[in-house]
Design a protein around this ligand. Structure first.
Ligand code: ZN
Length: 362
């Protein structure tokens, strides 16, 4: 059961999105927000150079300020925290809590730190869950590794995260399944928040580090629009000045609130309501493999073909369909398939996928 959690995330995402499409909207669109103060307990997160300031405390403080602002202004929006005290919470539990609560948004709050000790970067950046950044080994990627690292301290993490290895970003393939509609919403929320932080004069706003995509475990378990905010760098003296005081933390929460409100306001135009009327496109893919049980990320085919995507068909015995390629045009898919047959997969064939589900290919 535990091994299937990442797959369940896919299914939950699909179901969630279907539910949204079926229901339509009445009343407030955002009813529940989960605020996730990163780290806690034995995991302090980033530390200031003198080790007196701990990321976990800053995160909690900003999270509470933000939650209080939302509650004060929007009595119909319920705020749920993944932690309200200095305790450790497993990364998967943070996302699954939001899913279980049927939350509409998930906001994870963090503070950055750079490996470098000279010319330390400055300023906020906002992340959404996204694709395979395995080949990107720059500063930004360090953030993903750093935030995922904590799972090593969680009990039985190898089994729980189905072979995901926080030191080997390529194994993130087990998580690479979020619905397009949710990803799109996450990006809208992320850009509202990032723009608001950038506009603040007190953070290193002049240095916009932007909206980024990365394989954060905590976001992989969310089946609703979800973002992770890195408010600033704890080893940058400019950012630390703001992050270290209660007033500074309140100001950051205020900027987060303004970004959140902008998202609420822009919802009608860009939101899921627009997705309701969207006709999902058919994608043609090439099935290379199907299995009864989900393959571990360490499986040689997945390692050799990191672009492999998964389609789950719950009504079939061989329900895990592993596919390569993604074409709007059937002919193109067939040509690609013919090449795969000649090389690695003699039994490959073209399938059609619509909104994450298998449909007749003709
Ligand atoms: Zn963090």
């Amino acid at each position: 059961m535990k091994k299937l959690i990442p797959v369940l995330v896919v299914i939950l995402s699909v179901c969630n999105s279907y539910a949204i499409m079926a229901q339509g909207f009445s009343g407030p669109v955002v009813r529940k927000v989960v605020i996730d103060p990163g780290h806690g307990g034995h995991d302090p997160g980033a530390l200031s150079p003198d080790r007196k300031l701990r990321e976990k405390d800053i995160n909690l403080s900003v999270a509470k300020h933000l939650g209080a602002e939302i509650s004060k202004k929007y009595s119909d929006i319920k705020v749920i925290y993944t932690r309200t005290a200095d305790v450790a919470v497993d990364l998967d539990k943070r996302g699954t809590l939001a899913t279980r609560e049927d939350a509409d948004l998930f906001i994870s709050i963090h503070v950055n730190s750079a490996k470098r000790t000279t010319s330390v970067p400055v300023g906020p950046e906002t992340w959404v869950f996204g694709g395979d950044r395995s080949r990107r080994k720059d500063d930004s990627y360090d953030v993903v590794l750093k935030e995922n690292e904590v799972i090593k301290f969680e009990e039985n993490y190898e089994a729980k995260y189905e072979g995901f290895d926080p030191d080997n970003p390529e194994s993130m393939i087990v998580f690479n399944f979020q619905k397009d509609a949710i990803m799109r919403q996450s990006r809208i929320l992320g850009s509202c928040i990032q723009q608001s932080l950038r506009r603040s004069s007190f953070l290193g706003g002049q240095n916009d580090r932007g909206l980024k995509e990365g394989g954060f475990v905590v976001l992989a378990y969310c089946s609703m629009p979800a973002i992770l905010v890195e408010m600033g760098f704890l080893n940058s003296s400019a950012d630390r000045k703001i992050l270290s005081t209660e007033n500074g933390r309140r100001n950051i929460a205020r900027q987060l609130m303004l970004g959140f409100e902008e998202y609420l306001e822009s919802y009608g135009e860009n939101g899921l309501s627009a997705v309701n009327t969207e006709v999902p496109e058919i994608q043609y893919r090439v099935q290379i493999l199907s299995t009864r049980e989900a393959l571990p990320a360490s499986h040689e085919t997945l390692k050799a073909f990191p672009a492999t995507e998964l389609v789950v068909c719950n009504d079939q015995i061989y329900k895990y369909k592993y596919t390569l390629g993604n074409f709007p045009d059937r002919e193109d898919a067939q040509e690609y398939c013919n090449n795969l047959r000649k090389s690695d997969f003699p039994d490959a064939f073209v399938i059609a996928v619509k909104d994450g589900k298998l449909v007749p290919a003709n």
